[in-house]
Ligand binder design. Structure first.
Ligand code: GLC
Length: 569
């Protein structure tokens, strides 16, 4: 394994020397009313789509009872002013930024080799094609979250069919009855991964899927459904084909996912309560409760769903629930998860045992529980959404994915987005290091590691999920950099990746404080490391791709108060 039958190179259309199909990336996007952003003397002209497309139906429009109101797109969250000023400066990107690197063609080649066929049709990409590794585990499967950067690369290259097939195939799997032992899972749960098995006797392909019943820890992947909705919107945005999203099957699929996370219960917070290991960090790592990764993906998928749900009898109710939830969620996250120097000082001086509505320390966080490292780590300039907030508990760790998604979904206000980027610049050594990007910072060590991970030998300090560096995150980082008008930072990170990634055989992750060592148990030819690099490169070359994964700020969600100086740069 993997059998050569299952993984085949799929040739699709005309390609140039780089393995790229020649497509006009804008041709298919919904009637782009492009605005000339920057004229770069010796580079392709960069344009960003400025016209509101179907997905920018704002929250305020929904609040106004569906009557469409023109939204001033001049203050678009694409940070056009910022992007223009950076791109206008000749030194900003370095002369080599848009020249193809030999790794680019190699990465396309590797990505194509990872394509999985089902009855002759491409339906996804395998997690890792590591021939050297003896243990296949489940790396021969198509993971929903892993396929997202692959899908972005294909969409950017005009290869839309594989993405459509994937969306339909996973939608079909969602319809399966899911059980763990005698317990039946919710209808809307999407699989973590699926596998294509070839039956050589019947000459047929069959699918098996994992909804958590085979996963380590037996946790359902909460992120899969969110990624599915986000990808459906990216597909629609990239192709201009609204028929898929509007089909009764996709509308139902969305509603089933939403029904799972919008149901009413005992919750007192708008954030989504979940178990450890239910997302990219799929092992016990103290990310239970209200982890930032899930909250950011939840927020983004709610916004994506809002743009795609039909106002029909079934959709209407969900739209109303989404609008209310988005309001509450953005308020909660922006206020209680946000940490910067000023806020840290406020928490440091918290009184405890406060009762009633006047409480300042609402969750009764005891200042003694603030870890020592945060006092030195926190720069004067910058801030971020912390890992988790629940009663008497703040997890101060930095998580890259959640913070990038917060920027891209506009969960972060423009000021907060800028502050997150400031932090990344101020703490470059710690958060980017020698190989972008740290998944989480800092690592859990000693007693804490024992208690929090349950002595997990794979998650030892500065390894894997526990402070390891994951090249896949490069694409989300690059998107966040472009959105905040700092493409030069992305370029710096890509340069680092280019110095080693291919030579090291595209590892899944790196270990060590600065990410210097190839991960202890890292797979080689990990598809999302390959795709993440490709997407980062293509986005930097043509920032209009950003629209696929970025949502403009919705004014209706503006926070009522400014909390600290780092918000008002
Ligand atoms: C690991 C990662 C998970 C990923 C899977 C397949 O389990 O933690 O996020 O989806 O590998 O690559």
């Amino acid at each position: 394994m993997p059998p050569s039958r299952m993984v085949e190179v799929v040739e699709n259309g005309r390609r140039d020397a780089m393995g790229l199909r020649k497509v006009d990336s804008r041709a298919s996007i919904t009637e782009a009313d492009d605005l000339d952003l920057a004229r770069l003397p010796d580079r392709p002209r960069i344009k960003i789509e400025r016209k509101r497309s179907f997905d920018e139906r704002s929250l305020s429009e929904h609040l106004a009872g569906g009557s469409l109101r023109q939204v001033d797109s001049v203050e678009s969250i694409f940070s056009l002013g910022g992007l223009r000023s950076v791109l206008d400066s000749p030194s900003s990107l370095g002369h080599h930024s848009f020249e193809p690197h030999p790794m680019f063609a190699e990465a396309w080649d590797a990505l194509r080799k990872s394509i999985v066929l089902f009855r002759g049709q491409p339906v996804g990409t395998i997690a890792a094609l590591d021939h050297a590794s003896e243990e296949v585990l489940n790396y021969d499967q198509v993971f929903v979250r892993d396929f997202v950067p692959s899908a972005m690369a294909f969409l950017m290259n005009g290869e839309n069919d594989i993405v459509k097939n994937f969306l339909l195939k996973t939608l079909h799997l969602q319809g399966w009855e899911k059980r763990i032992d005698r317990f039946k899972l919710g209808e809307g749960v999407m699989p973590a991964s699926f596998k294509v098995r070839h039956d050589p006797i019947r000459k047929n392909d069959n699918l098996t899927a994992d909804f958590g019943e085979s996963a380590i820890g037996r946790v359902a992947p909460v992120d899969s459904g969110f990624w599915w909705i986000i990808l459906l919107r990216a597909y629609t945005k990239a192709t201009g084909d609204m028929t898929l999203a509007e089909s009764p099957e996709c509308q139902r699929g969305m509603r089933l996912i939403l029904a799972l996370c919008l149901s009413e219960g005992f919750e007192t917070f708008p954030t989504l309560l979940c178990a450890d290991g239910c997302s990219m960090i799929d092992r016990r790592m103290g990310v239970y409760g209200y982890p930032i990764e899930i909250q950011a993906l939840f927020f983004m998928s709610l916004r994506c769903a809002l743009s795609m749900l039909k106002q029909d009898s079934e959709g209407k109710e969900f739209i109303e629930r989404i609008v209310k939830r988005l309001h509450a969620l953005s308020y909660h996250m922006r206020n209680y998860f946000w940490l910067d120097f000023q806020q840290l000082n406020v928490i440091y001086r918290y009184k405890t045992e406060e009762y009633s509505h006047t409480a300042v320390n609402k969750f009764n966080v005891i200042p003694d529980s603030i870890p020592d490292w945060i006092f030195d780590f926190m720069p004067n300039r910058g801030g971020y959404f912390i890992g988790n907030v629940s009663p008497a508990r703040m997890d101060f760790r930095w998580f890259a994915l959640g913070n990038c998604i917060a920027i891209l979904s506009s969960l972060a206000t423009p000021e907060q987005s800028a502050a997150i980027m400031d932090l990344l610049e101020e703490r470059w050594e710690e958060l980017i290091g020698e190989m972008p990007l740290k998944i989480a910072y800092p690592a859990l060590e000693g007693h804490e590691w024992r208690i929090v991970t349950g002595c997990d030998p794979k998650n030892t300090r500065w390894s894997y999920h526990n402070g390891g560096s994951w090249p896949v995150l490069l694409w989300l980082f690059t998107a966040a950099c472009i959105k905040t008008g700092r493409p030069q930072i992305a370029q710096r990170a890509i340069d680092l990746a280019e110095s080693r990634l291919s030579k090291d055989g595209w590892p899944e992750y790196y270990d060590g404080k600065t990410g210097r060592y190839v991960g202890k148990q890292a797979r080689k030819f990990q598809t999302w490391s390959i795709a993440g690099y490709l997407v980062a490169k293509m986005m930097l070359e043509d920032p209009s791709h950003l629209g696929m994964i970025s949502l403009e700020e919705d004014r209706a969600m503006k926070p009522p108060v400014k909390r600290s100086a780092s918000w008002t740069i």
